[in-house]
Design a protein around this ligand. Structure first.
Ligand SMILES: Nc1nc2c(ncn2[C@@H]2O[C@H](COP(=O)(O)OP(=O)(O)O)[C@@H](O)[C@H]2O)c(=O)[nH]1
Ligand SMILES: [Mg+2]
Ligand SMILES: [Zn+2]
Length: 322
């Protein structure tokens, strides 16, 4: 049969099975054509990432007689978001860590945090921001649960991130504060909600689109396998051109594939100074003539951001270089 149709991967069940979203909220379960697995295995020794096809991928598939499908092509990705694969046995090659792709073809990422329960952690936020910056995906920040913070300690953080240039929203699903603003912002975009677990990602999404009812969505899926332990993201088609990717909570992320001398570029407020450093390989860590360091001393770069920078710098391993 030569009937090629396009769909978007909305869920990865395993390396062999993918659920595709089609217009009109149709879903179809697909396997992957053998050629992908063959080339994946062939390249295993040189492989840098853990995924063949990911949530958000646009694919072409052929329909089988039993209403399942076979993915024949994975179309080029406009972009993708990734992190270092968690340190688990089998996920590393010669001790180096592989790249785990979270999702592809994203217009904007919303990094969701809460001011309390769990407490706001700017170091964690900065790691997420470095990951989105290095993927060149526009990111916004949501500080949720402001109803728990009558003294408005969150405003210190929102001002900080706004001063850097990040669009930052303070929200609460208890008072409904700014929930409509998010809804307007994500209209006709492909957006991904990312952040630590328990901060309210799914709650906010349910508030914006009650029909989403994330729990019901997971119960109605064709297989229940791994329902409670799933570590994959899920894509939902909403109105018009809007789609949303909800991700499972992650405690910490390590940005992938960043060289020490490039890290500064993923702190946008450093960019005005980096070119003035004496050495073009400056890592802005006590090198003489470092303009970034001087800017920190002159309070032109926020000290807390520079502390985050140093901490990430010190944890960068020697990744595989391309
Ligand atoms: N007080 C308060 N609790 C919230 C708010 N948003 C979410 N929660 C609660 O935080 C918990 C975790 O929410 P959930 O959406 O599962 O977080 P996720 O892991 O980021 O998806 C739930 O008990 C929610 O009821 C909020 O704005 N204020
Ligand atoms: Mg959730
Ligand atoms: Zn420097």
């Amino acid at each position: 049969m030569e009937w090629i149709i396009k769909g978007i991967i909305s869920r990865v069940e395993s390396k062999d099975y993918y659920v595709l979203s089609l217009p009109d909220h149709l879903e179809i379960r697909c396997s992957l054509k053998g050629k992908f697995k063959k080339s994946f295995n062939l390249k295993k020794d040189k492989l840098y990432h853990t995924d063949i096809a990911v949530v958000g991928d646009l694919v072409e598939f052929e329909l089988n007689a039993d209403e399942t499908g076979v993915i024949k092509e994975i179309l080029n990705r406009k972009n993708y978001l990734s992190r270092k694969a968690p340190r688990i046995r089998g996920a590393s090659y010669r001790g180096e860590r592989l790249e785990q792709i979270i999702a592809a073809n994203i217009d904007e990422v919303f990094i969701v945090t809460s001011i309390l329960e769990p407490a706001f952690n700017n170091k964690t936020v900065d790691r997420f921001l470095v990951a989105t910056e290095s993927s060149r995906i526009k990111s916004n920040l949501i500080i949720n649960k402001i109803d728990l913070d009558p003294n408005k300690t969150y405003s210190k953080w929102s001002s900080l991130y706004r001063s850097i240039g990040y669009y930052t929203l303070e929200t609460s699903i208890i008072t409904g504060h700014n929930v409509d603003t998010i809804k307007k912002l994500i209209r006709n975009k492909k957006v991904l909600f990312w952040g630590p677990s328990g901060v309210g990602k799914s709650s906010i999404l349910n508030e914006i689109y009650p029909e989403l009812n994330l729990k019901i969505a997971s119960i109605s899926t064709s297989t229940m396998k791994g329902k409670h332990t799933t570590v994959t993201s899920r894509l939902f088609f909403m109105e018009d051109e809007t789609y949303i990717i909800d991700t499972p909570g992650v405690r910490e992320i390590d940005p992938y594939g960043i060289k020490k001398e490039d890290l500064g570029h993923f702190f946008p407020e450093f960019n005005n100074f980096i070119n003035a450093c004496r050495f073009n390989t400056c890592t802005h860590n006590h090198e003489p003539g470092c303009a970034v360091l001087r800017a920190v001393q002159d309070s032109l770069i926020p000290e807390v951001r520079y502390e985050s920078y140093l901490r990430i710098l010190n944890t960068i391993e020697d990744d595989i270089n391309f």
